[in-house]
Design a protein around this ligand. Structure first.
Ligand code: PLP
Length: 448
């Protein structure tokens, strides 16, 4: 097995450029070849088993190895693998998926524009909000406001809307017409303020930015209901109601990026349901198909969909694979299972409270500054001094060490800086949660 793995690694190192890595270093080290997965576990080519506490990249909500999804793909491939009559045809899975999504989304959202990924969904948002305002007779309403440390994908528009410096450094981003405000990161930035006070302060940064730019120039505000890649940053309860007040007052569209929060991660169908957010647009991807095939989209509120329908001209935007029948069939099957097996209810009432409770048993660990979580999302923030919240030197060395030590224990955690992120399949059981927490504790002990 080891020999075979080495051959594959050499092939990969010679020809495969990976996203988001130092490709030289990875080629020397050899990419881990992952060959099999079942439930919450994955296996590498050398036969090692790992508990995947990150659901791939926040996406395998249903867990691995569901034969129904493979069968749905095979059935659809045999029936109609692909067709597009120059954008004027549709297919049965795409139409059914659009209807199903409309039923699941908040009542005022009844349309979807399909894409292949979350990044493409946010590129679609970028163009759609500007086009919407132009159709409404406000062509100057163009600026989109995002948040520092937000993540909305890695295409030019997605990376611009996101507020990560590392994403802007290469390629001269953000593009013009995008601004960023502070994030609602109480633990890091709240100082002496209560969570509620800080939530209001962070939200009012949006009002200040709109006033600075002039409301007549601002098209939309985009944010993740819970910031994911930035470190699972859960806004205080005052944040979203204040944001809602502000966007309403200044006639600014609200885009809630549901790419991570959607499809049960918070214990509700959407992050918007969890926080009671009334969004105009909801980019979706990941959990929509549990990552079995690539598919995303933008869920569109009625007033925007009607404006597009009444435009009397085409919206010059889309993709060869928008509404791909095989991806749509797999997504439909994924949603059917999530619904019929009541997986999200189970998360809300049983497994998520258990996960959060068990993780709190690690809170007294000397390395741990804060453990926070909602649903099947949790962060363990590592600090140099838990009482003063003093951080390490900022290069993420301690987080990376903890992640590597967890991997040695057979546990996959993600590190963002020195914050350990957890986002397991929604189907994880109590016994598996016990294993996850035990191994995370061992990794923390080994990190000291
Ligand atoms: N939006 C959010 C909130 C994400 O977390 C991600 C990916 O992690 C994206 C968009 C981009 O999605 P994709 O990687 O499918 O392009």
């Amino acid at each position: 097995m080891v020999e075979q793995s080495t051959i594959w690694q050499a092939m990969d190192a010679a020809h495969h450029l990976h996203p988001f890595v130092d490709n030289g270093a990875l080629a020397r080290e050899g990419a881990r070849m992952v060959t099999r997965a079942e439930g919450v576990y994955i296996w590498d080519a050398e036969g090692r088993q790992y508990l995947d506490a990150f659901a791939g990249l926040w996406c395998v909500n249903l867990g691995y190895g569901r034969p129904e999804l493979a069968e749905a793909a095979a059935r659809q491939m045999n029936e109609l693998p692909y067709y597009n009559l120059f954008f004027k045809s549709s297919n049965v899975p795409a139409a059914r998926l659009a209807q199903t999504l409309a039923e699941l989304a908040p009542a005022h959202i009844n349309h979807v524009f399909f894409t292949n990924s979350g990044s493409e969904a946010n590129d679609t948002v970028f163009r759609m909000v500007r086009y919407f305002w132009a159709l409404k007779g406000h062509p100057d309403k163009k600026v989109i406001i995002g948040r520092q440390n937000g993540y909305h994908g890695s295409t030019v528009a997605g990376a611009s809307l996101g507020g990560m410096k590392s994403m802007h450094r290469q390629g001269g981003l953000p593009v013009p017409g995008v601004e960023h405000i502070r994030q609602p990161y109480w633990y890091d930035e709240g100082g002496d303020l209560s969570q509620d006070e800080f939530g209001l302060l962070a939200a009012r940064a949006l009002e200040e930015k709109i006033l600075e730019l002039g409301a007549d120039n601002v098209a939309a505000f985009i944010a993740e209901p819970i910031q994911g890649a930035g470190g699972i940053i859960i806004p205080p309860s005052t944040y979203w109601p204040e944001i809602q007040r502000i966007v309403q007052k200044y006639d600014v569209l609200l885009v809630a990026d549901e790419v991570i929060c959607g499809f049960g991660r918070t214990g509700e169908w959407f992050g918007c349901d969890y926080f009671n957010i009334h969004a105009d647009l909801m980019p979706i991807a990941k959990g929509l198909s549990s990552g079995y095939l690539p598919i995303g989209g933008v869920m569109v509120a009625d007033h925007i969909a009607e404006t597009l329908k009444q435009a009397g001209e085409e919206f010059s935007h889309g993709f060869t694979y928008s509404g791909h029948p095989v991806c749509a069939a797999v997504a439909l099957e994924n949603l059917r299972i999530l619904k019929e097996e009541r997986i999200i209810e189970q998360v809300r009432s049983q497994t998520a409270p258990y996960l959060q409770m068990q993780l709190q048993t690690l809170a007294d660990h000397p390395l741990v500054g804060q453990i926070r979580g909602v649903g099947m999302l949790a962060a363990i923030e590592l600090v140099a001094d838990k009482h003063s919240r003093r951080r390490y030197d900022g290069n993420g060395r301690v987080g990376a060490l903890c992640r590597d030590l967890a991997l040695k224990q057979g546990l996959i955690l993600r590190a963002t800086g020195d914050t350990m992120l957890i986002s397991p399949p929604l189907t994880i059981t109590r016994d598996e949660i016990n294993i996850l927490v035990e191994r995370a504790g061992q990794a923390l002990d080994a990190t000291q």
